[in-house]
Design a protein around this ligand. Structure first.
Ligand code: FAD
Length: 502
């Protein structure tokens, strides 16, 4: 199949890119391994940042300074300035296409304060912000005639002899057939890699870093992969997120003695380190929102109450919520320039799989939903312009023929996947040391060597989820390898990367 702009991934970044490209009057096809409504974007709760000043005084400059401070000197100021300056117009656009933001008494978009922000800046739709944004973008993309194809798994990029990217090799989950899609421009919008931490993550099982692994195998550069954000308030037994909005609205973090021991509204790297230190002392940690009252919780934090009841068997109106820090967001990703273009000609990237150098060593809550829309648009427009400038499609093939190899199935990859998640959580987590990073690196190296002894035991042609999960595991290993090697290379402690002697 041929199209002008091919987008892999239908979360907020992919759909915004699709809308922007389609509005440039080119043909756009979006492929996704699940359904758009199952992306991480749908799970976002707390809000999207924009210095609107609707509930207290705020400015774009303050947003820029807060973002730069939280990034610990590792963001690019020009990119941060661009993103924060675009934020008010971005929220206005989302509002105009139908995102039902919560409102203040005087009908302005409501805003709440999140960690590391000097003002109430996160615009929200109760605690369902991402869900409302995603559904609205999806409807908009469909109404513009964007072609959506679900249950298509990215295997590799198609490249010509010079490395130029001219399409993607996909596996159709429904038929089990490989399919080649040729395009004048390709955009990767495949999300982050928090699931390399297995069950110790707020993300869905599908956040396996596929696009990053595929891009790396094709020769794309990756940037700052060691920076993984641990969110302080995952539910203790399931890792499901209790949104930062709970603290933004006034929630406390308590230890077993019922004492507050950290500034709940400090940036996440700081709060997670404080929790980690208490847990290592043997303390249990809790989130307390009881004092906010039932009426307020039902109106402002309805999802958090439901999640705590369902997954932790506690009612936040009456009970403390047991929590622990878990992998939540990945700052690292595919390196892009100021046009969202990677180092490979024809290949663009946006969203959590990319690194636009706006988060540096630690992302601020509310800045990811902003990033995916601001840079999703940029990627879509630039990919469309490139497509319009080309007369014909290039041809090429995939560098890799992984699925064509013989697999012996002696080793259960599910067991290794679980081991890797726990190993990374314990040794490549909030606090790291060289010895443990080397242990993790050795595990990954050994497991990669054994991939041919694994494979999908299920030989079904149609809907072979065992095969899909094996492909994801391979990608997770490729990504985890870079996370650990980047962590080993960065000797100093900065933001989400804390190094100790032992
Ligand atoms: C629980 C939770 C709450 C959050 N709350 C907030 C918040 O309040 N504010 C904020 O700013 N950020 C928040 N975030 C972060 C934010 O939601 C994400 O960073 C952002 O939505 C990522 O968007 P994306 O489009 O890049 O990726 P995603 O939304 O993850 O979409 C990725 C897409 O790529 C597809 N894909 C992946 N691999 C393949 C493949 N191999 N082949 C084909 N398709 C593929 C997926 O199916 C999916 O469609 C939260 C995250 C989580 C997990």
């Amino acid at each position: 199949m041929k199209t002008d702009v091919l987008i892999i991934g239908a979360g907020g970044a992919g759909l915004t890119a699709a809308i922007a490209a389609k509005e440039e009057d080119v043909d756009v096809v979006v492929l996704t391994k699940e359904y758009p409504t199952r992306s991480q974007t749908c799970m976002a709760q707390g809000g999207i940042n924009a210095a609107l000043g609707n509930v207290e005084e705020d400015s774009v400059e303050a947003h820029i300074q807060n973002t730069l401070k939280s990034a610990h000197g590792l963001a690019n100021e020009e990119s941060v300035r661009y993103m924060c300056s675009e934020a008010p117009a971005t929220v206005a656009w989302l509002d105009s296409i139908g995102v039902c933001f919560s409102r203040t008494q005087d009908a302005k978009v409501a805003q709440r304060k999140l960690g590391g922000a000097s003002a109430a800046r996160a615009c929200y739709a109760q605690d369902y912000t991402g869900l409302k944004i995603l559904h609205t973008l999806y409807e908009r993309a469909l109404s513009l005639g964007v072609e959506m194809k679900n249950e298509k798994i990215l295997l590799e990029l198609l490249q010509d002899g010079s490395g130029l990217v001219c399409g993607a090799l996909m596996l159709d989950l429904r038929s089990g057939q490989k399919e080649s899609y040729f395009a004048k421009s390709v955009i990767l919008a495949t999300g982050g890699y928090s699931r390399i931490y297995g069950k110790n993550s707020t993300n869905s099982t599908k956040a396996t870093g596929d696009g990053i692994a595929v891009a790396k195998r094709a020769g794309a550069k990756l940037l700052q992969m060691e920076f993984v954000q641990f969110h302080p308030t995952g539910l203790k037994n399931s890792s499901i997120l209790i949104s930062e909005s709970a603290r933004g609205e006034g929630g406390y973090i308590l230890n077993s003695e019922g004492e507050r021991f950290t500034n709940e509204l400090a940036p996440r790297d700081e709060v997670s380190r404080a929790l980690d230190a208490e847990i290592k002392k043997g303390e249990e940690i809790f989130l307390d929102i009881r004092h906010l009252g039932e009426e307020f919780i039902n109106e402002g934090l309805p999802q958090e109450r439901k999640l705590a009841k369902l997954y932790e068997n506690v009612d936040p109106v009456h009970d403390l919520i047991p929590i622990k820090p878990v992998a939540h967001y990945t700052m690292g990703g595919i390196e892009v320039d100021n046009n969202s273009q990677t180092n490979l000609e024809g290949l663009y990237a946006c969203g959590e799989c990319s690194n636009h150098r706006v988060h540096g060593a630690n992302r601020l809550g509310g800045n990811s939903l902003l990033e995916i829309v601001v840079f999703g648009k940029e990627a879509g427009v630039n990919a469309a312009k490139r497509a319009k400038s080309m007369e014909s499609h290039a041809t090429g093939s995939a560098k890799d023929d992984f699925l064509e190899q013989e697999f012996s199935h002696e080793v259960d990859f599910y067991e290794l996947r679980e081991m890797m998640g726990d190993l990374l959580y314990n040794k490549v987590g909030i606090v790291r040391c060289e010895r443990e990073l080397r242990e993790a690196a050795a595990f990954i190296e050994e497991t990669k060597k054994n991939l041919l002894r694994m494979g999908a035991k299920d030989k079904a042609q149609r809907y072979n989820t065992n095969l899909a999960e094996f492909l994801e595991f391979r990608n997770m290993l490729d990504v985890a390898e870079v996370v650990v090697s980047s962590a080993l290379s960065r000797k100093e402690s900065v933001g989400a990367h804390t190094m100790v002697e032992e």
